[in-house]
Write a protein that binds this ligand. Sequence first.
Ligand SMILES: [Zn+2]
Length: 631
Amino acid sequence: MIESKPRVRLLSAPIAAFIFLAVSLPAQTSLGPIRLEVDTTHAPQKFIHSHMQMPVQPGSLVLYYPEWIPGEHMPDGPIINVAGLKFTANGKMLPWRRDLIDMFAIRLDIPPETTTLDIDLDFLLSAAASGYSSGASATAYLNVLSWNQLVFYPKGYTIDELTFVPSLRLPPGWQFGTALPGAKRTGDVVDFPPATLGSLVDSPVLEGRYFRVIQLTPGETPSHEIDIAADSQAALAMTPEMEMHFRRLVAETGPLFGVRHYRDYHFLLTLSDNVAHFGLEHHESSDDRDDERSLIDEDERIDFAGLLPHEFVHSWNGKYRRPAGLISNDFHEPMKDDLLWVYEGLTEYLGVVLTARSGLLNLKQSHEDLARVAAQWGNYPGRKWRSLQDTSDSAVFLYNADADWENWRRGTDFYEESELLWLDVDATIRRLTNAKKSIDDFCRAFFGGPGGAPAVRTYTFEDLVSALNAIAPYDWAGFLRTRLDSFAPDTPSEALANSGWKIVYNEEPNEIEEARDTSRKHVTLPFSIGLWLAEDGTVDDVLYDGPGFKAGLGPGMKITAVNGQQYSADALKDAITDAKDTKDPIRLIVTNGEEVATYLVDYHGGLRYPHIERDSAHPNYLDEIFHRQTQ
Ligand SMILES: [Zn+2]
């Protein structure tokens, strides 16, 4: 479909000046508005109907289905779930053909004297509780509507040049929340004023039978609210204490960023064990999905604590300031992921900082979480062959990698390893300026601007280095490139040491890891026998070259017995402890497909869990970083 040059502005060339793109208001366009009627009545039955009326001219037409989904960093528009696609003009069905190279492009010939094309499709809602916004999104009681799944649009326009007039039919009596402005409800139909394609895709709608709205900044402008849809009424019961922490989360972004780039903000929170779990950022909202009991069960609450802070940070880092390569002006032009260690990595770091400052995790829990991350990346063997930069560059396929051999292949490590990289940046700014400046100063400068309606300012690696130099002059390019490009750099231990702490291992479980294991039904033992297990003994991953690896264990095998006893997590942990005082190996009965065999793990170091301890050789910057900035 590359026969004619698309009318898109290419932003990937080096850019000296900042580029501002208005993304909220309809731009001048030669194409009239596209009417879009979406019927979600059948969402519990796992399909949604979409009807479009598009102004057209006679002749050949190429239509696109959104391919590169903002925030997902890969070409994963769920075209596989489009069914019943039908094009009609003047009451007659039109033939169509898919482009043979470009699977997201449809070609058709518009007959003479045709001014309007009717497009109908059913979007099939995935039932698998994995994946991102195209993973499971609907249950009997709720639905997360992503508009990109329901539209085709003509080639040759930017997302800001195309205007849609959307309407939405809800299942009877359900409530909804969205950042899309101007909603008018009549019965179960919601009408919206015209919106650009960019703004529409940026504004998902959360619908539900069990629904609750929590105002976090009542009476203030801009407003902030959490819209919650859950699979039960009981799951909506956020405690007043937790509500207070979320109010503080909003407040703490004030001194951190200085200005807000949204008109109002909606956390769209889905609580269900029957949908895919992830968060997806938008300028004025976030699509946040987690376990049904995330607000009411303590282990689930701990596992959930960092989700909203991370997605909220993205309104500044990712949506407003965006790497030039991550702009796709028509959702079709490929994105480049090389700066995801900033887009996702700095967001991960600031999310952790805000989780601590807001009290969503207390100080000890924040220490334990950092210990978990530093231990994981300090011991990951895949770092010996794949650089942190390459995890970013390879994001398109690493997002879809399975858990098996993740420690050797590496996964999307540009999240948590970069958390340590940015902690090191923060500690280094503090050291260079005698604690007069910090990454907070960088954030206010880098993410500043007029504020208000959403906008995008792109940046390059060089822009980032200049912004750091303006806060504290230093060889920031060298600092970053060493940690990004070399193999197994000491970032985990250096980041801790430079912020005044060091890692230690003992037999006391790590509080955060323990809560995550309970919530996720896992058993995490990489620092002793080198295994990550599911609750039932299935081996998820084996530390490359660790004790389990040397015994011959591999992903997908299942441990059924430990030292002559039925497998349980406790039986395995007891066996690891008992092996400390003996030379006998730990005996495992393991099934590997059709084979049942005995594996001997020669390990005698006991249980080892990570924690951090104060290192008095360096100032305690970490606790200053975690300390709340508002009253
Ligand atoms: Zn993110």
